[in-house]
Design a protein around this ligand. Sequence first.
Ligand SMILES: *[C@@H]1O[C@H](CO)[C@@H](O)[C@H](O)[C@H]1NC(C)=O
Ligand SMILES: *[C@@H]1O[C@H](CO)[C@@H](O)[C@H](O)[C@H]1NC(C)=O
Ligand SMILES: *[C@@H]1O[C@H](CO)[C@@H](O)[C@H](O)[C@H]1NC(C)=O
Ligand SMILES: *[C@@H]1O[C@H](CO)[C@@H](O)[C@H](O)[C@H]1NC(C)=O
Ligand SMILES: *[C@@H]1O[C@H](CO)[C@@H](O)[C@H](O)[C@H]1NC(C)=O
Ligand SMILES: *[C@@H]1O[C@H](CO)[C@@H](O)[C@H](O)[C@H]1NC(C)=O
Ligand SMILES: *[C@@H]1O[C@H](CO)[C@@H](O)[C@H](O)[C@H]1NC(C)=O
Ligand SMILES: *[C@@H]1O[C@H](CO)[C@@H](O)[C@H](O)[C@H]1NC(C)=O
Ligand SMILES: *[C@@H]1O[C@H](CO)[C@@H](O)[C@H](O)[C@H]1NC(C)=O
Ligand SMILES: *[C@@H]1O[C@H](CO)[C@@H](O)[C@H](O)[C@H]1NC(C)=O
Length: 410
Amino acid sequence: MVCFRLFPVPGSGLVLVCLVLGAVQSYALELNLTDSEKATCLYAKWQMNFTVRYETTNKTYKTVTISDRGTVTYNGSICGDDQNGPKIAVQFGPGFSWTANFTKAASTYSIDSISFSYNTGDNTTFPDAEDKGILTADELLAIKIPLNDLFRCNSLSTLEKNDVVQHYWDVLVQAFVQNGTVSTNEFLCDKDKTSTVAPTVHTTVPSPTTAPIPKEKPEAGTYSVNNGNDTCLLATMGLQLNITQDKVASVININPNTTHSTGSCRSHTALLRLHSSTIKYLDFVFAVKNENRFYLKEVNISMYLVNGSVFSIANNNLSYWDAPLGSSYMCNKEQTVSVSGAFQINTFDLRVQPFNVTQGKYSTAQDCSADDDNFLVPIAVGAALAGVLILVLLAYFIGLKRHHAGYEQF
Ligand SMILES: *[C@@H]1O[C@H](CO)[C@@H](O)[C@H](O)[C@H]1NC(C)=O
Ligand SMILES: *[C@@H]1O[C@H](CO)[C@@H](O)[C@H](O)[C@H]1NC(C)=O
Ligand SMILES: *[C@@H]1O[C@H](CO)[C@@H](O)[C@H](O)[C@H]1NC(C)=O
Ligand SMILES: *[C@@H]1O[C@H](CO)[C@@H](O)[C@H](O)[C@H]1NC(C)=O
Ligand SMILES: *[C@@H]1O[C@H](CO)[C@@H](O)[C@H](O)[C@H]1NC(C)=O
Ligand SMILES: *[C@@H]1O[C@H](CO)[C@@H](O)[C@H](O)[C@H]1NC(C)=O
Ligand SMILES: *[C@@H]1O[C@H](CO)[C@@H](O)[C@H](O)[C@H]1NC(C)=O
Ligand SMILES: *[C@@H]1O[C@H](CO)[C@@H](O)[C@H](O)[C@H]1NC(C)=O
Ligand SMILES: *[C@@H]1O[C@H](CO)[C@@H](O)[C@H](O)[C@H]1NC(C)=O
Ligand SMILES: *[C@@H]1O[C@H](CO)[C@@H](O)[C@H](O)[C@H]1NC(C)=O
């Protein structure tokens, strides 16, 4: 669940967050600080957790992860005045406290420093701690933000110092809010800037003067579905999604390293479901026809687009990848599965067997070149040659006839 919240930030940061948060649930913190006139002066919403290493009484080290479970208070948070800058102060759990300081310059403001304090005397969080007492980890940040901009950083930020590692994500903050209204201008952290330009996504605007950006071939991945201990479905393929919206095509290569498969196998229908951080599901449903052949009957996709919206489409009346039961379907050249006018899948180095997989291996393949244009090429060449031959013979006979005619005349 936490992973989904981080979208639209595909890529490594996302994966990292999922790993870090694997065990410990964290909740969003939110502070809407108002001044004496009840106008918002500081707004912040963010998530964080901490990993603390400490020495135990038997001279070994232990590591604990701390998140803001339970009640959270914001005592000591201030809008700031002539002497002091704005400050966020948070208290949570048994004796944890966290503060952030802000300062202002002519046209910018800064998140100056962050400080996290914990009490190793708390023997439920820090059992067998050798030294008991309050420890503080300070970090100088000096992140500069244009005045009247809302700072956003959905990506994971990690601060590491001595025994404390601090993690922050889904951060939104604005200090020195003007006229009591949180800004709609967002200032993105560097990590968010690079991740919104996802390297696998190229958007090509059709235009008569510019050719579309050539897209590299997607890497092939092997996906499988198990039934008990046995593999019941196998698919090897490089997948390229082509989504057309508002006359703009987005071509997305699927990275097999970060895409996982599940599914199900029944006697007359088989499902291969792929999913990743951006693909909620991409279903390939296979069916049996005439009790002796299989084919791709349905594709159903739901995925997050770069701008965070969800794209969903399905078609259960397809007819692709047709081959006899007990064999696999193979196609090394590029093929297109047209799901709808707005969505097509380009496949490369495809081999798929949705039924009758034995011992986890593909059975003999039926190759796509046997049933398409490639097959027609020799026929066309043959027909052309035959045509030439007929012409030559015709010319010869006509010539011969003239010759004869000549003889008859004279
Ligand atoms: C913050 O609180 C003020 C006053 O209660 C309210 O008008 C404003 O909409 C709140 N802003 C946010 C972002 O929650
Ligand atoms: C925040 O600022 C106050 C004074 O403005 C200072 O005393 C305090 O040490 C600062 N806190 C951090 C964590 O830097
Ligand atoms: C924690 O400390 C309290 C008293 O400070 C003690 O009664 C308790 O047994 C300690 N718990 C553990 C797990 O050491
Ligand atoms: C705040 O209000 C003042 C006066 O109404 C206006 O001049 C100024 O542009 C406003 N600032 C912003 C950031 O909206
Ligand atoms: C799967 O394999 C394990 C060990 O190889 C075996 O104990 C188990 O019974 C098998 N399960 C099925 C459903 O075949
Ligand atoms: C993507 O789809 C559009 C519209 O169907 C098409 O014009 C374009 O050639 C396709 N691009 C690729 C790489 O398949
Ligand atoms: C997938 O992993 C392999 C092996 O680690 C690597 O060579 C390849 O570049 C990776 N592919 C992508 C698209 O990241
Ligand atoms: C995302 O982009 C698509 C097309 O580019 C558009 O139709 C959709 O409305 C956008 N969604 C948001 C939330 O901006
Ligand atoms: C596509 O999948 C969704 C979710 O599993 C399902 O609700 C929907 O009915 C499916 N569409 C088709 C056409 O199968
Ligand atoms: C399914 O496709 C076939 C041919 O591709 C077409 O004749 C038929 O009307 C379609 N059925 C539906 C329900 O769209």
